[in-house]
Design a protein around this ligand. Sequence first.
Ligand code: ADP
Ligand code: MG
Length: 391
Amino acid sequence: MDVKQNIRRQSLTDIEGQAARIAAMMGMIREAMLPPTSSKAAPTLSASALAQLCEVDKSKIAYRLTKEDLPAPTMHGNRREWPMADALPWIREFRREKLRPSDAAAVTITVANFKGGVAKTTTAVTLAQGLAMRGHRVLLLDLDPQGSATTLFGVLPDAEVDPENTAMLLFTGEQEDLSYAIRPTYWPGIDLVCAAPLLFGAEFALPARQSKDPGFEFWRVLDRGLDQVRERYDVIIIDTPPSLSYVTINALMAADGVLMPLPPSALDFASSAQFWDLFSDLCNQLVRARGQDKTFEFIDVLLSRVETSDAASSVVRGWIQEGYGDKVLPIEIPKTAVAATASAEFGTVYDMTRGSVNAKTFARARDAYDRMCELIEQQIQSVWAQQIEGA
Ligand SMILES: Nc1ncnc2c1ncn2[C@@H]1O[C@H](COP(=O)(O)OP(=O)(O)O)[C@@H](O)[C@H]1O
Ligand SMILES: [Mg+2]
């Protein structure tokens, strides 16, 4: 046998060609996925789905309709349906008490973990959708140069994102307030700051600024850049790259709360320990050394991608419970085919309609995310209450 036939040498030009072919494919996949306008659409709510989100009985929705002061449904035969944008005034009306008090500011939540593939992006986007559906005004900030969250919003990082659509100009110092980069999305109640590979440049720009000016605090650039933005949103959710990069440190320093998705695998558990170790080292060097401090209102560990039947994972679940104690949220996100199918269609469980997949798995996946959103909403409400008390 000629062993040489196993070798397929690739020049840089070959690799370039490969990259271009895949980029072109992505464009085509996007066109095919998102017909007819190549843009996504948020789901429409039935009367019972609306009642559930408003946390009232269906009869109350019917009664309120007679007052004609909230958006009327569109009729499908004799079924009433509300496009998400029309449902939001209802939800905000009925859930008034649970929304941000006017004298409180946005709560910033950073989704972080060293590792890739632990469901950071899925968690960040699903949480953004879940909170928006509950009436909150959400800003989703994508800080991962891979732009996965950006892609889930139907925007292609390589072809459709320029520096001014990302946090990059903040990191280079060309802008001081992140407002310039915010754009609306297909999902009512969610605005987005995109990410793209160009954001890798921040890993050079930030240390370069630091070495030019020792008084500069590279880790507080994002925190400062969000000052104005915090007055206009209820919740800011930050998706981060799978590393403790300069950008991730900025995201953690800007956060009121941290959410760490953690699959119950031994390697992921071990790597999460390294994450906190490195982070506290960095904080000591940067923050404490300057006589400053940093407090988080909450740190949550979210069991993600849990295979309930897997014996090994139940051992590691025990370690996580023991190691992280009450930081572990009392909900597990199961690993389901529904979540996988949703992402193959560039969406999440909240983008899917009930009929399109197995009803039982759909309910199992969706109930877990609903509960996650509920638990985090309660923490957000506590932070608002504290802000007002402290003011
Ligand atoms: N609950 C789940 N069940 C099945 N697959 C999941 C689940 N959550 C995430 N995934 C899949 O796992 C992969 C990694 O998720 P992602 O959110 O991109 O992780 P990260 O941002 O940490 O790299 C994606 O393909 C995603 O669709
Ligand atoms: Mg990601």
